[in-house]
Design a protein around this ligand. Sequence first.
Ligand SMILES: Cc1ncc(COP(=O)(O)O)c(C=O)c1O
Length: 421
Amino acid sequence: MSNAEQITQDVIEKYQRFVNPTQVALLKIGGYDHIEHRAEGVVVTDLDGNEYLDCLGGYGIFSLGHRHPKVVEAVKRQLDLMPLASKTFLNKPLADLCARLAEIAPGDLQYAFLCNSGTEAVEGALKIARMATGRTDCIATVGAYHGKTLGSLSATGRELYRKPFAPMVPGFSHVPWNDAAAIEDAITENTAAVIVEPVQGEGGIQVPSDDYLPRVQDICRRRGVLLIADEVQTGLGRTGKMFAVEHWGVTPDIMTLAKALGGGVMPVGAFLATPDIWEKVFHENPFIHTSTFGGGELACAAALAALDVTLTEDLPRRAAENGAYFLEGLRRTQAAHPNVLQEARGLGLMLGVEFTDSDIGKLVIGTMVHRGVIAAYTLNNPKVIRFEPPLIITRAQIDQVLEVFEAGIQDALALLGDLIE
Ligand SMILES: Cc1ncc(COP(=O)(O)O)c(C=O)c1O
């Protein structure tokens, strides 16, 4: 046994005994029972030296690629000064980051609160919606993914994750995705907010019809209900605009961010809102909502560098152009295999391919890993393989992914043969 094999065996045993035995069994079946060792740009290298093109991007956090030098440098510089906040004095990186977010955010989202993850950002958004309106209820969409802490999970639209932890936080209802009239019908005098992902990510990369979000905004404004845009996955260039709501000229009252905000180096989340909401929530008690780690100097330095890189390297435009190229390729593959692939869809570099059967999709994922491409299905829709590579991916790398995807389908067809004819 080589040294790398011995270490891998040891890690697998530790997963079995101390982490999550079922998870490691699944990783083995999927061909992911390798130790990730280092990463740079679009490429992840395992302990054995195998290289993989990262088309999952850590569920969308690696928009800048792995270890972008400018983010790494900013973090190293800050590390030598002060990594975490004393929580007493003024914090310059935090002030700079909130000001920068206000500058680039759509509409009048002038204030920001910094936290450490997507689900925390959603929790905060839900809390301030309640406090600012004095109402309790929230409308979310079927298939939505907003996180797995209790408040966010109550908004998440899949029973599989909700049911074992019932009862959920009261006041949440779910209406069909992409159906503005259903939102209008569900609003009551107790409704504080509607929460929606501009493009559903874990729901299977669902792009709404062009009139959906403008209509939802119009309904919310007319009925005095707050609109929360959950841009945790879509934000910061992923869909070809800095924020996905910009595709439809929508300006939410509250917006959540995380994932790419940390530049692929630090965990950073945020929720933003208008001055009017902020005044109602924080005026009397500035500590009504707090986080010990949130807004630490190291995280803020990473996020500031990430925003700079996103703008200077024009990542939203690159996502739009290369995403269109990638989607064209996926559509060609779909057209060649209509009995296996139902649809290829997406916006920017947030792409998905829906299989006719989730088991075929899993098989294809496994064969893609063996050929050096990291792929995965969406959490709330296992029929859909998502492609969410770093926004710096090149056309040559996209071509390589498309070739591997085609080869994966050929493998699956050869294995399943008559079963899928
Ligand atoms: C739209 C959206 N909101 C919230 C979350 C939760 O983020 P986290 O996993 O960082 O808690 C996710 C995660 O995938 C997401 O896609």
